[in-house]
Write a protein that binds this ligand. Structure first.
Ligand SMILES: NC(=O)c1ccc[n+]([C@@H]2O[C@H](COP(=O)([O-])OP(=O)(O)OC[C@H]3O[C@@H](n4cnc5c(N)ncnc54)[C@H](OP(=O)(O)O)[C@@H]3O)[C@@H](O)[C@H]2O)c1
Length: 318
């Protein structure tokens, strides 16, 4: 796909970036991009104006726009990341398709670094049935919404992925995202109960590293039509995630939650998903995670006075 000469100026801004979905991840990506390319034009597109006040005060370099207002004749960007989740989107596949077809300049050659990134989820992989199974980029994905472990959005995400790869964009399947204040640990500890096997494994990645992976992907030449996995090196059980979080001062006063499937027969329990993401790391330029595990992240956060006192550093801020 090659941009036409009538496209407006952002097509020719070599480092221009459009972030569709300026939530926790999108803001981190925008920030990292701006730090690396301070003069680049960075635009954020949201569905509603709800976040615009906060975005204006925290990320003043961002130009803001609304999805509905940008249906026709919008400038194309060489770098686009679609990082809005499927929730609360009636036509999610349509929104992703529009972004890849109408917002992106496309890549002019296989070496071109013009990149479209779609942030999908490891939730699209079929649930393994044996604990020894290690999933890789091309492991089987969900085909039926009724499959055990199939998330309601898995089929929607897969349809989006297909549209993105067909246009030579790249899919990053992200593990469960967390920062200090957001993620499964926060949800479970504040709910006081957990649905699911306490020993079932969850693969995670920090928002910080997920954003770094997106920024790395946005700059890789020859990364077109690929599917990569972004996941840290240590899957943890639901129980371990809660135990680790409770060692941080922010969660020290929370009790361990109750696990609703604690009594289920061990045979009927799916073991959870573990990954070997070696290939993906290589394709992201030998990408190295700053946090190899949730435990390492929490330990490092606990050692930070600014975090404990409530002034969070960028890497864990929402
Ligand atoms: N959270 C996880 O554990 C997890 C796991 C795997 C993958 N992911 C993926 O990671 C990405 C980032 O997630 P996140 O946690 O950063 O999300 P988030 O904080 O919930 O932010 C979502 C943002 O997208 C905006 N948005 C929603 N629909 C939109 C649309 N159609 N067009 C433009 N903007 C839209 C929302 O604002 P408005 O509603 O105001 O527009 C909000 O700013 C998503 O693609 C998600 O599917 C998340």
């Amino acid at each position: 796909m090659i941009a036409s000469s009538t496209d407006s100026v952002s097509t020719f801004d070599e480092r221009g970036l459009l972030v569709v979905g300026p939530g926790v991840l999108g803001r981190l990506v925008a920030t990292l991009w701006h730090e690396q390319f301070p003069t680049a034009h960075v635009v954020a597109e949201s569905r509603t104006p709800a976040s615009h006040g906060a975005l204006r005060s925290t990320l003043p370099f961002l130009e803001l726009r609304l999805a509905q207002a940008s249906a026709v004749n919008v400038p194309r960007f060489r770098h686009v990341v679609f990082c809005a989740p499927p929730s609360q989107n009636e036509d999610y596949v349509g929104a992703v398709r529009r972004a890849v077809e109408q917002y992106w300049s496309g890549a002019e050659s296989p070496e071109d670094t013009a990149t479209f990134i779609f942030t999908s989820s490891v939730g699209v992989y079929r649930e393994p049935t044996t604990p020894a199974t290690v999933l890789r980029e091309d492991s089987p994905v969900v085909t039926e919404p009724t499959e055990p472990g199939a998330s309601p959005s898995a089929l929607k995400l897969l349809a989006c992925e297909e549209a993105v790869r067909a246009a030579n964009g790249t899919v990053l399947r992200l593990a469960g995202l967390y920062n200090l204040e957001r993620g499964p640990h926060r949800f479970w500890l504040s709910q006081g109960k957990v649905r699911g096997d306490p020993e079932g494994l969850i693969s995670l990645v920090s928002y910080h590293d997920a954003a770094r992976a997106v920024v790395a992907a946005l700059q890789q030449p020859q990364l077109h039509g690929e599917t990569l996995v972004v996941v840290d090196g240590q899957p943890l059980s639901r129980r371990q995630i809660c135990e680790i979080a409770r060692q941080h001062p922010l969660y020290a006063n929370y009790s361990m939650p109750t696990f609703e499937d604690d009594q289920a027969s061990t045979k009927s329990r799916p073991p959870g998903k573990r990954f070997d993401a070696t290939q993906s790391r290589a394709k992201l330029g030998q990408f190295k995670y700053d946090f190899e595990s949730f435990a390492a992240f929490m330990e490092q956060m606990a050692g930070r006075e600014d975090v404990v006192s409530g002034h969070h550093a960028r890497m864990d801020r929402a």
